[in-house]
Design a protein around this ligand. Structure first.
Ligand code: HEM
Length: 362
């Protein structure tokens, strides 16, 4: 065996010709453009494999501790991939607006919007179809994946195959959380005690504002109203009385998901919570990196083409900024950050021993 046969170097190096029959006819700017996109598609391929594996791991009942460790590793690997991929945009930015305009018109109709693998990633993660931002010209992102004559394409087939998959990572993770045992009593009882801690924090905060800031009564009233509104929102969120829905989950299960998240985050020091907590941290970090990737892509695009219409026909930077702002999959994992308490306010739990490691007596 040798390196070039294993890596398929010659085959790989023949793939950068774009619209020409030979890459000697493509200038360096366009070659850079093609290479960076190709590298991305390879990174996306790895991301999809890791996500598929994570889905299989979470698709077990119960999810074994070792599966959590493995899934955490996958999420961390994906985060690292996105970190590296984000840095490729700096190479892309060595392309000036004028360099890009030199070949851009020949690409009209083609766009990263047609990256079937990015759509696969979104589908595996569990992005709500209703949440998608329309491109403006096509009926849906699937229409953009059709061939020029309106027939199907390998890209569309790839996405359609994905849409038939059993459950997204989001569903699997939320199902797992809905089964996670929480502290003594039912999830609602646990949350009610947690909310008592909130009420005390709110009271203490209002007193502290009034003592430290010496505000006129009208301003103090504004602060008080804001804290009380926060408290009301916290209650709504934790008891699943907010507007958010989770397809396939009952209200009771949504409450359990939120109780489990609060529990895992609030009692981080309990040893048996270590892997679930690590897995959630890694999951959140992975989504954070994807959001940063979207934001970074938008800034790169703004630098290279300004705010003109994209080759795919979207509003360009405005469309991309919207995706960065609105495409969130693990909303509850993010939202729980808003409602966590400081260590002293977290209620003590009677069954803490159930979540410690036990060393058997000789
Ligand atoms: C000079 C370089 C680039 C420019 C000017 C550019 C521009 C754009 C624009 C305007 C869009 C919005 C859709 C449209 O109307 O076309 C878009 C989408 C997209 N681009 Fe780029 N892009 C560049 C490089 C890249 C690179 C290197 C990648 C790497 C994968 C990439 C991946 C994507 C993806 C995946 C989308 C779809 C995003 C979504 O729908 O959420 N782009 N790009």
């Amino acid at each position: 065996m040798n390196y070039w046969d294993y890596i398929k170097v010659e085959e790989l190096l023949r793939l950068q010709s774009g619209l020409r029959s030979d890459d000697s006819e493509v200038n360096n700017d366009e070659t850079l453009f093609i290479v960076v996109h190709q590298i991305y598609e390879l990174w996306f391929k790895l991301v999809i494999r890791e996500l598929d594996q994570a889905c299989s791991l979470f698709d077990q009942k119960p999810v074994p501790d070792m599966a959590l460790a493995q899934a955490t590793k996958s999420f961390r690997r994906i985060s690292t991939i996105f970190d590296q991929a984000i840095s490729h945009f700096a190479v892309m930015e060595t392309l000036s607006t004028r360099d890009y305009l030199g070949f851009r018109d020949s690409l009209i109709g083609a766009s990263g919007f047609q990256s079937a693998q990015l759509r696969e990633i979104e589908i595996i993660l569990g992005l709500d179809e209703g949440q998608r931002i329309s491109l403006g010209v096509e009926g849906s992102y699937k229409d953009a994946l059709k061939a020029m004559d309106g027939s199907s394409s390998p890209a569309l087939a790839r996405v359609q195959r994905r849409l038939t998959q059993k459950a997204s990572l989001r569903t699997l993770i939320y199902r797992w959380l809905a089964r996670t045992p929480v502290a003594d009593g039912s999830p609602i009882e646990f949350l009610e005690r947690f909310l008592d801690g909130h009420a005390q924090e709110v009271e203490a905060r209002i007193i502290s504002v009034s003592e430290k800031m010496q505000l006129p009564e009208a301003d103090l009233e504004l602060w008080r109203a804001r804290y009380q509104r926060d408290f009301a929102n916290t209650r709504k969120f934790l008891l699943a009385e907010d507007d958010s829905t989770l397809e396939g989950f009952t209200k009771e299960e949504r409450i359990h998901v939120r109780a489990a998240l609060v529990f895992l985050e609030s009692y981080r020091d309990l040893p048996r919570l270590a892997w679930p907590r690590e897995a959630l941290d890694a999951l959140l970090e992975m989504e954070q990196k994807m959001i940063i990737w979207r934001q970074r892509h938008a800034r790169m695009v703004e630098r290279v083409i300004g705010r003109r219409t994209g080759t795919g026909g979207s509003a360009g930077v405005d469309y991309l900024d919207q995706t960065a702002l609105r495409y969130r999959v693990f909303g509850d994992v993010w939202a729980v950050r808003t409602v966590l308490l400081k260590r002293e306010s977290v209620p003590t739990i009677a069954n803490a021993d159930d979540f410690r490691f036990r060393i058997q007596d000789e």
